[in-house]
Design a protein around this ligand. Structure first.
Ligand code: 3HC
Length: 691
């Protein structure tokens, strides 16, 4: 069936695209558009053309699945040229989202109208590419260079009203795309509106040419946020070209930059990530018919940093929360922190004062556990000790109404053991939020042995509702994320025993693209986690640090010393000496270790642990592990995730490096996992398992 259809409405042709689910510009769409617009350009009884889309959205972009394959049929550029050359006004009537190539196509129309709920954007940057169908040349001419850079480098979506204000739309009106499009077309015919062409706009370009430090300043402004990504700099270069070159030359320049990015490892990793995140939502074998449990009211136990952060997620989504603490003082402290966090967002202009009040108003604080009785979901976020968790679950099992979901936010403990103390293990699940819980996007949804399908379905849907990336994992110590983290942290410590200094290890991982290295991370979390002052006798580096009060950032010193004003870390000779002494005391032989070896010793054990996690069925697919690491720990998305990274260097190499490390260290943990050996032997990669 044709993906492009034409319907005549008197002297107006209504051209509609039908390519579910998001009307991507696949070959059939491109070919159909080319053919129909070319014909309509010469059809005498057609005076105007309206372009609309069927289904839930206007065109959401080029078809990402076609990237990297030889072009078939008409190119998007050929289609755009037919639009530009059309002697009759073409009006794009937008609903849903006009994204990427979709917006670039709309920009080749003479007019753009939209329904109020529509969103527009050029999100290519998230795929490691740039708008490659003229977006970098057209957008600055419409909205000005700086705004265009913001739109393309942030890759976010613009609401219809905002797009209208910046001149990206000509009209926003209530109705269907068809009605508002036809109405505008009649107006265009009746008023003999000129054929407005974006490439001919001059005003913004002339004004931007006078702003001499625009690009230099912009580069400085985004440097930190875009570290390691290739696309933002390429976008800036293209926008510079839009000012310094004529339109045709600019398009050629953009095309070359686009192709360079498209063939980069970074873009391949980001496109892999795009599909991985969507794949993570698909759970084989899960009974999709299992009814979702209506969740209207949330209970949270524990008003500490974690509980408070979790509460904010639900309040942000407009859901009422009952936050329970044991003592009034702790409760007050928790509620105050929540208000302070909201207020800080309001002071930065991210939310309004009214939103601060509404959200705080949705969180009811209490020290009365009985108030949880009518909650649909209760999340426990108390101290990480099995006995405490069990007693909380026994208590809530008796209070909370039947059918409600009981969740634990444990980061390591056995969800099955916790579920076993209740009379409803089928309603018990792990919901592992990552700190700071109101910011980090990951939610590990931990399926217990007896957790029912409807509880899982409900929690995955809820993750999306509170704008988290939910990943279903199984029960084991640390689940997916923390288990792999432990593998890395222990090898990072091994490096210290062999003569590395913390800042050497951290530098290598930071340069790899991680937001911080293992030791800066320890300082942030607190070196005193699990430290017992009673038993401490300098047997580990952690003990020696804590004995000297170096508990991390919170005490102004840990592996690093922190500037009291700026909180900037700096390497500390005291720690270097402490490590030296520790190694001498314990007979550790120090040696010079290269950056490459540091990286291997930190990252390869993560891959190995990931392989073991797959063997045990804790993660459904390697790409789920990558989604966990990108969202929970800041693994650079342009390197895909640990499993994708391993694939990119080749599993045979991963195996031989691990074999070398394990024999050098006589360390069983570094021995390649059987799955890794098997894949490498067969010349396969983890992606072969990510179906
Ligand atoms: N190409 C191919 N498939 C696409 C696609 C695209 N551009 N956009 C979405 N899909 C697929 C998804 O993979 C998913 O497939 P699945 O059901 O098999 O998993 C399905 O469409 C639905 O997508 P979502 O689950 O993401 O649906 P949502 O409703 O949550 O979101 C959306 C819709 C906001 C459109 C979101 O899909 C999205 O952001 N898509 C990507 C938009 C984009 O990046 N556009 C630019 C493309 S590159 C380009 O245009 C280059 C040009 O400049 C030359």
């Amino acid at each position: 069936m044709s993906m492009v259809k034409v319907e005549k409405h008197n002297n107006i042709a209504l051209v509609s695209i039908n390519n579910p689910p998001v009307n991507a510009l696949s070959r059939g769409v491109r070919d159909g558009l080319y053919e129909e617009i070319e014909k309509l350009g010469t059809t005498t009884d057609t005076e105007a053309i309206v372009l609309i889309c069927d289904g839930r959205s206007f065109v959401a972009g080029a078809d990402i699945k076609e990237f990297g394959k030889p072009l078939q049929g008409r190119s998007l550029q050929e289609v755009q040229n037919i639009f530009r050359q059309c002697p009759k006004p073409i009006i794009a009537a937008i609903h849903g989202t006009a994204l990427g190539g979709g917006l670039e196509l709309a920009l080749c129309c003479h007019y753009r109208v939209a329904v109020p709920t529509a969103h527009l954007g050029l999100p290519e940057v998230h795929l490691g590419i740039l708008p490659g169908a003229g977006g970098t040349q057209m957008l600055p001419r419409v909205v000005g260079a700086e705004k265009a850079l913001d739109i393309m480098i942030n890759g976010g979506m613009i609401k219809a009203k905002e797009a209208l204000d910046m001149g990206l739309l000509d009209k926003v009106a209530e109705g269907t795309p068809q009605t508002i499009g036809l109405e505008f077309a009649q107006h265009a015919i009746g008023s003999r509106l000129p054929l407005k062409k974006v490439e001919e706009l001059q005003d913004k370009k002339s004004a931007d040419l006078k702003k001499t430090d625009l690009f230099e300043n912009y580069r400085k402004k985004i440097a930190r946020k875009t570290r390691g990504f290739l696309a933002p700099e390429a976008i800036i270069k293209c926008v510079e070209a839009s000012l310094n070159m004529d339109f045709e030359e600019g398009l050629k320049f953009e095309q070359q930059e686009f192709l360079n990015l498209l063939s980069s490892n970074e873009s391949a990793a980001q496109r892999y990530y795009f599909f991985s995140e969507r794949q993570a939502k698909k759970i084989p074998g899960l009974d999709k018919k299992a009814p979702n449990i209506p969740v209207k009211k949330i209970g949270i136990i524990g008003a500490g940093t974690m509980g408070g952060g979790i509460a904010m997620n639900f309040a942000n989504a407009g859901m009422p929360v009952t936050l329970v603490e044991r003592e009034k003082e702790a409760l007050k402290k928790g509620l105050d922190t929540i208000r302070k966090n909201y207020q800080r967002s309001a002071d930065r202009g991210k939310i309004t004062q009214e939103q601060v009040d509404t959200r705080c108003g949705l969180i009811e604080g209490t020290i009365d556990f009985e108030r949880l009785h009518n909650c649909d979901l209760v999340i426990e976020a108390v101290f990480e000790l099995m006995e405490i968790k069990k007693s909380v679950f026994k208590k809530i099992d008796a209070i909370v109404k039947p059918g409600a979901i009981l969740a634990t936010n444990t980061s390591f403990l056995d969800v099955n053991e916790i579920a076993a103390v209740t009379k409803r293990p089928e309603s018990v699940i792990g919901l592992h939020f990552f700190s700071p819980a109101n910011i980090m996007k990951l939610l590990e949804v931990v399926r217990g042995e007896k957790t029912s399908d409807d509880v899982i379905n409900t929690c995955l849907a809820l993750a999306a509702k509170i704008k988290k990336v939910g990943v279903l994992v199984g029960v084991c110590h640390g689940f997916v994320g923390n288990r792999i983290l432990e593998a890395r942290q222990s090898q990072a410590m091994n490096l210290i025993y062999q003569g590395c200094l913390p800042w050497d290890v951290d530098r290598v991982l930071f340069n790899f693209g991680m937001p911080m290295g293992p030791f800066a991370m320890n300082d942030l979390a607190g070196n005193d986690i699990g430290w017992d002052p009673e038993k401490s006798n300098g047997a580990t580096i952690q003990e020696r640090l804590c004995e000297q009060g170096r508990k991390g950032q919170k005490t102004g010193a840990g592996f690093y010393s922190y500037d009291p004003q700026t909180r900037q870390p700096s390497p500390d000779p005291i720690v270097a000496n402490m490590i030296k002494e520790f190694n001498q005391d314990n007979g550790h032989k120090e040696r010079k270790i290269s950056d490459e070896e540091i990286l291997d010793r930190c990252l390869l054990p993560m891959v190995n642990e990931g392989a073991k996690i797959m063997e045990e069925g804790i993660a459904l697919r390697p790409s789920d592990i990558d989604v966990v690491w990108v969202n929970g720990y800041g693994w650079p998305v342009y390197k895909g995730g640990p499993m994708h990274w391993a694939d990119s260097i080749g599993l045979d190499k991963v195996v031989s490096k691990l074999e070398k490390l394990s024999s050098e260290d006589q360390n069983e943990n570094l021995k390649p996992a059987p799955l890794l050996l098997e894949l490498a032997k067969k010349g396969k990669s983890f992606s072969d398992l990510s179906q």
